[in-house]
Write a protein that binds this ligand. Structure first.
Ligand code: SD4
Length: 327
C-alpha cells in the first residue's frame, strides 16, 4: 500500500475515533505536491486497436488539439474500421440482427455526453460529444439519439457488414448466449488522453456484447461505469462484461480510489477485487485502464488476455495487463 494511502487510512481511523470524520474527509484529499500534473502528451487505450487510435489522438494533440479532441478522433478511427467486430461499423449485432451502439465522452471540466442503443450512425462518439456540447442533457437513447444525430448532420447508414451478418447467421444456428472471454465480445475501445495543458479527457465506444438481447445497454455509455474523468486526479475506462462494471460503477470507483491516494495500478486492482468480492466473476472478463494527472498508468483484469496501448514521446506500445486469475 502506498504511503499516501496509509496516511489516508490512518487519518480516517484516528479522526473517526475522536468523532472527527468530517475533518478526516477534508484531510483525505491528496496534497497537490504528491501528484504533479504532467504536460506531456499521452494517449492510452484498450486492446490492440488502441494502437491506431493512439496514433491518431497524438497526431491531433500534436497539432494543438485538446485531450477531448484526441479522445474523440482517436476512437473514431476504430469506429470507422469495418473489420473491427465490436465497435461502430462491422460491430456484431444483437440476437435479432440489429447493430446497436453505445458511447460516452467526458472532458476535463467534468462535462459528459453519451448515447446508447443508437442504430445506423457510424460515429456514436461524435454524437455523444454533440450531446455534451449542444444539449442541456448528458444522455440520449435509441430513436431520440438517432433523430438528434440526423439533425446534427450525421448520415444514416447500414452498419451490419457481410461478415458480421454471416457471424450472426452462424450464431443463430445454436442461439446460445455464452460470451467467450477475450474473444468477439471484448473489444470496446476506451481511451484516455492528456494534452499539452495537462488536462485529461476520455472516450468509450462499442457495439456492446455480441448477440445481446435487443435493447440491452452495457457499461460503455454509462458515465462512471465505462468511463470516468476527474481532472484533479485521474481518469479510468473499462472493457469486458458490462454488467459487472454496472453493478460496481467500476470506472468511477477506480477514479475515486485514485482520489483517495491509490496509484492507477492499485486502483484498477482494487476495483477488480471489488468485483471478485461481490459478484459471480469467474466466467467473465473485465479490464480496467487508468491514468492519473502525473501521467502514471495502470491496468488490471480478471483474466489474462487483456492488453492496452500506451503512447508517449513518439513510442506506441502494446502492453499485457496483469490479471487476478492466471490462466
Ligand atoms: C459491454 N463493455 O457492452 C462492453 C463490451 C466490451 O469489449 O467491452 N467489449 O458490456
Amino acid at each position: 500500500m502506498s504511503t499516501r494511502r496509509k496516511f489516508i487510512k490512518n487519518s480516517f481511523a484516528t479522526a473517526a475515533g475522536v468523532g472527527l470524520v468530517g475533518a478526516a474527509c477534508a484531510e483525505a484529499k491528496p496534497e497537490p505536491e504528491t501528484l504533479v500534473r504532467s504536460k506531456k502528451l499521452k494517449a492510452l487505450s484498450t486492446w490492440i486497436h488502441g494502437m491506431e487510435a493512439n496514433e491518431e489522438a497524438m497526431r491531433v494533440m500534436d497539432e494543438g488539439g485538446s485531450a477531448l479532441d484526441g479522445a474523440e478522433k482517436g476512437v473514431k478511427v476504430v469506429e470507422a474500421d469495418p473489420n473491427g467486430s465490436s465497435v461502430g461499423i462491422g460491430g456484431l449485432p444483437d440476437r435479432d440482427g440489429n447493430v446497436t451502439l453505445d458511447a460516452c465522452i467526458m472532458d476535463h471540466k467534468g462535462n459528459a455526453g453519451s448515447v446508447c442503443f443508437l442504430q445506423n450512425i457510424k460515429h456514436p462518439i461524435a454524437v455523444a460529444r454533440k450531446v455534451m456540447e449542444e444539449t442541456p442533457h448528458v444522455m440520449l437513447a435509441g430513436e431520440g439519439a438517432k433523430r438528434f444525430a440526423l439533425a446534427q448532420g450525421f448520415a444514416e447508414e447500414n452498419l451490419l457488414t457481410e461478415s458480421s451478418k454471416k457471424a450472426w447467421e452462424n450464431w443463430l444456428e445454436k442461439s446460445e448466449y455464452n460470451p467467450i472471454i477475450n474473444v468477439e465480445n471484448h473489444d470496446t475501445i476506451g481511451m484516455i488522453c492528456q494534452d499539452a495543458q495537462g488536462n485529461l479527457s476520455g472516450s468509450c465506444t462499442t457495439s456492446g456484447l455480441a448477440y445481446k438481447m435487443h435493447g440491452r445497454i452495457g457499461d460503455s455509455p454509462i458515465i462512471g461505469a465505462g468511463l470516468f474523468v476527474d481532472n484533479d486526479y485521474g481518469a479510468a475506462t473499462a472493457t469486458g462484461m458490462g454488467e459487472l462494471m454496472l453493478k460496481t460503477l467500476g470506472s468511477f470507483l477506480v477514479v475515486e480510489l485514485m482520489r483517495q491516494g491509490a496509484t492507477p495500478q492499485e486502483a484498477c486492482e482494487d476495483a477488480v477485487q471489488r468485483i471478485v468480492d461481490k459478484l459471480d466473476y469467474k466466467a467473465f472478463q473485465v479490464g480496467y485502464l487508468a491514468m492519473d494527472i502525473a501521467g502514471n498508468t495502470g491496468a488490471y483484469a480478471i483474466h489474462p488476455g487483456f492488453n492496452y496501448a500506451e503512447m508517449a514521446n513518439g513510442k506506441n506500445e502494446l502492453i499485457d495487463a496483469k490479471s487476478y486469475l492466471n490462466g
